[in-house]
Design a protein around this ligand. Structure first.
Ligand code: AHR
Length: 492
């Protein structure tokens, strides 16, 4: 067994962990919304106005803080007025990004907002810059948030919703360097200013406006956006959105459940790359915004494989194994450590798409290993990130792929430590002091297994959370982590 030192210092604070770091993403893509979250009111599957009850409960259990909608690439071809009013009369839409399927728009603004209300999470809406108008975006904000008598507020009332919704997070376009219009950063920044000017704060509702940020390593995009979005007295954006997917090779993505040890470590190496990537974007942002007024919002992240054999290539349906759980743990630990700048993150996507936390088949629903990671990490929400050091040994020579991933936070006198043992073969014992907290109680929960382990509709509990042994001895934390495991430790 390997033995590594650990040191946690509760007095050394790194930043506030916004609960929105634990956010998720729902797009009109494949079976995320239709035949996923939304089954329609006439379905035999238990639902509330067409929204699956079991999914609402599962979201509530992980304290899902924020949900992004309606895309993704879909957002820049979505016209919100087609998704309101009597469902029988709603216009159809060709989902040209995702399989060219024709959708009936039966899930729109009201349905999404109801989903968020049922879950108790913040809605995060992305407006259409690529193919929509300034007026259309402005009216959507008015429709959702204006309390007085106005054309859009009256339309909302006519559609059955008297009171406006509270809407904080609003993005002005998605991936406008690509599917959102193939723009240069200079052109997009000008459009951002124009569109966002007309997204008003109505009736006491204050928008947190998010501009399209870079794709992965496009540092120039960040530079230009930061340079151009500084208004004469304040920032014109509250956040910029970074997208980063853990993909070893876009030409040979491999399958979710079929991989060898080499591919496992390569993917983890890619997942770890988000750490220096965020650091470099932060360095650019720091030059323009040393006060950290503009957030980095990682509103798409996760693994992306070949679709499951026999499924629609446009639907991005993939299984989810312990390997994905390890990627999720690595990513979330990194976001915690960057809590000063990273204020929101949204894994792609919630249900049946990419690194989904939930998979459905008819009335069956399973929680993936990635879901359990969100359960194990939920106590970090709204905590203060604190210094957490684990002696480092890289698993892959010449690559920055540490064996242990970790982060810690403190909230209400309780410390949460999340750890992943990323090795496929080595059991690891971690021991070391916890400074700045009188610890009398310790408990731990874990998921572990073969890297290929996953839940299926016939065997939904192959990977589940179990209790785990942890000791506090003379202010020293001692814990043994089995290979390929993700663990939550609570100290108080
Ligand atoms: O999450 C799937 C797609 O990936 C999104 O629609 C798009 O924004 C990104 O390219």
């Amino acid at each position: 067994m390997k033995q590594f030192n650990l040191l946690i210092n509760a007095d050394d604070k790194l930043g506030h962990i916004n609960r929105e770091i634990y956010g998720n993403f729902t797009e009109h893509l494949g079976r995320c919304i239709y035949n996923g979250i939304y089954v329609g009111e006439d379905s035999d599957i238990p639902n509330i106005h067409g929204i699956r009850k079991d999914i609402v409960e599962a979201f509530k259990n992980i304290k899902l803080p924020v949900l992004r909608y309606p895309g993704g690439c879909f957002a820049d071809e979505y016209h919100w007025k087609d998704g309101i009013g009597d469902k029988k009369n709603r216009k159809r839409i060709i989902n040209s990004n995702w399989g060219n399927v024709v959708e009936d728009n039966s899930f729109g603004t009201h349905e999404f907002m109801e989903l968020c209300e049922l879950v108790g999470c913040e809605p995060y809406i992305t407006g259409n810059v690529g193919s929509g108008t300034v007026r259309e975006m402005s009216e959507w904000v008015e429709y959702m948030t204006f309390d007085g008598v106005s054309p859009m507020a009256e339309l909302r009332r006519a559609n059955g919703r008297e009171k406006p919704w509270r809407l904080k997070y609003f993005a002005v376009g998605n991936e406008n360097w690509g599917c959102g219009g193939n723009m240069t950063p200079e052109y997009y920044a000008d459009l951002y200013k124009q569109y966002s000017t007309f997204c008003k704060n109505h009736s006491g509702n204050t928008l947190f406006k998010i501009a399209c940020g870079p794709s992965g390593e496009d540092y120039n995009w960040t530079e230009v956006i930061m340079k151009k979005l500084k208004g004469w007295d304040k920032w014109m954006a509250d956040g910029i959105a970074l997208h980063f997917y853990s993909v070893y090779d876009w030409e040979k993505k491999g399958y979710a459940t079929e991989f060898d040890d080499g591919a496992y470590y390569e993917l983890l190496n890619t997942a770890n790359f988000i750490d220096p990537l965020i650091t470099r974007h932060e360095e650019i942002m720091n030059r323009y915004d040393p006060e950290c007024e503009v957030a980095l919002v990682v509103d798409e992240w996760g693994t992306w494989y070949e679709v499951e054999k026999g499924t629609n290539p446009g639907f991005l349906f993939q299984q989810n194994t312990m390997r994905d759980a390890i990627v999720a743990a690595i990513s979330l630990n990194i976001f915690n450590r960057h809590a000063k700048r990273v204020k929101m993150a949204n894994i792609a996507q919630a249900v049946n798409v990419l690194q989904a936390i939930i998979l459905t088949e008819g009335e069956k629903m399973i929680k993936t290993p990635t879901y359990h990671v969100f359960d194990l990490f939920k106590e970090h929400q709204d905590g203060e990130a604190v210094y957490c050091y684990v002696q480092k040994e890289n698993m892959v020579e010449d690559k920055n792929t540490p064996m242990i991933s970790s982060s810690a936070s403190i909230k209400d006198g309780k410390m949460t430590v999340t750890l992943a043992n990323c090795s496929l073969t080595e059991e690891v014992k971690l021991s070391g002091p916890v400074v700045g907290l009188e610890v009398s109680k310790a408990s731990a929960r874990i998921i572990s297994g073969d890297a290929h382990a996953h839940n299926t509709f016939d065997s939904p509990e192959n990977v589940v959370i179990t209790e785990h042994k942890v000791e506090i001895d003379n202010k020293q934390l001692n814990i043994v982590l089995p290979p390929c495991s993700v663990c939550e430790v609570i100290l108080s």
